[in-house]
Design a protein around this ligand. Structure first.
Ligand code: MTE
Length: 326
């Protein structure tokens, strides 16, 4: 990896980490040192990225007209967006997903839609992709750890799927359950999170046109490390709300507990809206480092309220105390 390794993220307190997780982290670290010593980290990575890019099928979409779905900012280099990832099912190191996720089997892929819906359904990926025209949207992704990227996604508003599912009047939340297959995902051996990784949105958040079901990025299908074959992109929330490799979408009457809330409730709330005024208990959220421009002395950028999407989504939270509902 050619990116600085420490972006200010602190892993969960050591008391929350099992000996296996500690052991795995140390093993990964030793492997990195071994690779670096062999002088092969960069070339191996570059070669792997070139191969992955060449073998990922192309995908295209129309330019989105959804308000806020375009930004004039220059997209992050694809290599950075596919090489510096959080996908704990494949390990907790930023380079683990690119290294270990390539064997993820994304075909066949079935997504079940269930819970408080008039007609529960099973979609295969092709059927799901046909629910609406694919659009290209360029979103900022702000990770809770203090870094950000600008990514051209391909997909459509989640609201298309919600309308097709016909939720009942009881449906107040939408939960996203992701794949947890220990055979394919070496990170599941670690107890750093409870598996499967689950996330959720309030119904009106999920219906907001900016909340996106994503199938591709940079003109291609999603690579495994970015959540193939299907993930969320919720640009006004911290990156961890954007669940990867979704297999189940459940409509619920009650607010569910998410993976990160369960792991550290005082640090990660249900809403997790990007908010420069509400610091994480262990670090500030007031500024961010844009991946790709982060030389050691590069100035950080100020983080914007709702990640810069306040005009579009601010009304969803009118009257809410965002310090309390973090
Ligand atoms: N989804 C799953 N299933 N597992 C994860 O560990 N990490 C989240 C989110 N979705 C994660 C996940 C976090 S912390 C971030 S910042 C984004 O994915 C990163 O997405 P990216 O790697 O495409 O930038």
């Amino acid at each position: 990896m050619h990116l600085p390794r420490n972006h200010g993220f602190s892993h969960p307190r050591s008391s929350e980490i099992t000996p296996e997780a500690v052991y795995a982290a140390r093993r990964d670290w030793l492997r990195q040192i071994a690779l670096a010593a062999a002088g092969s980290t960069l070339s191996t990575w570059a070669a792997r990225d070139a191969l992955a890019t060449a073998t990922t099928p192309a995908l295209s979409g129309v330019r989105s007209t959804v308000a806020g779905a375009q930004t004039m900012e220059k997209p992050t280099d694809r290599g950075d967006a596919t090489g510096y990832n959080n996908f704990y099912e494949f390990g907790t190191d930023k380079s683990d997903p690119a290294e270990h996720a390539q064997t993820l089997r994304t075909q066949p892929w079935v997504v079940t839609v269930e819970g408080e819906v008039k007609s529960p359904r099973r979609f295969d990926l092709d059927a799901l992709m046909k629910l609406a025209a694919l659009e290209e949207r360029i979103y900022r992704l702000r990770c809770v750890e203090g870094w950000s990227m600008v990514i051209p996604w391909l997909g459509f508003s989640l609201s298309h799927l919600i309308k097709a599912a016909q939720p009942t009047g009881n449906a107040k939340f939408v939960q996203f359950v992701t794949l947890a297959d220990a055979q394919q995902m070496p990170g599941l051996g670690s107890r750093v999170l409870a598996w499967p990784y689950v996330e959720a949105l309030r119904m009106d958040e999920a219906m907001h046109p900016l909340a996106m079901l994503v199938f591709g990025m940079y003109g291609q299908r999603l690579p495994p490390q970015n959540g193939a074959p299907l993930r969320l992109a919720v640009p006004w929330k911290y990156g961890f709300k954007s669940a990867k490799s979704i297999v189940q979408i459940r409509f619920l009457a009650q607010q569910p507990v998410t993976s990160w809330e369960r792991a550290a409730p005082s640090e990660y709330g249900f809403y997790s809206n990007v908010n420069p005024q509400v610091d994480h208990p262990r670090w500030s959220q007031a500024s961010e480092r844009r991946i790709g421009e982060d030389g050691l002395f590069a100035k950080k950028r100020p983080t914007l309220m709702f990640n810069g999407y306040e005009a579009q989504v601010g009304a969803l939270y009118a009257g809410m105390d965002l310090k309390r509902f973090y």
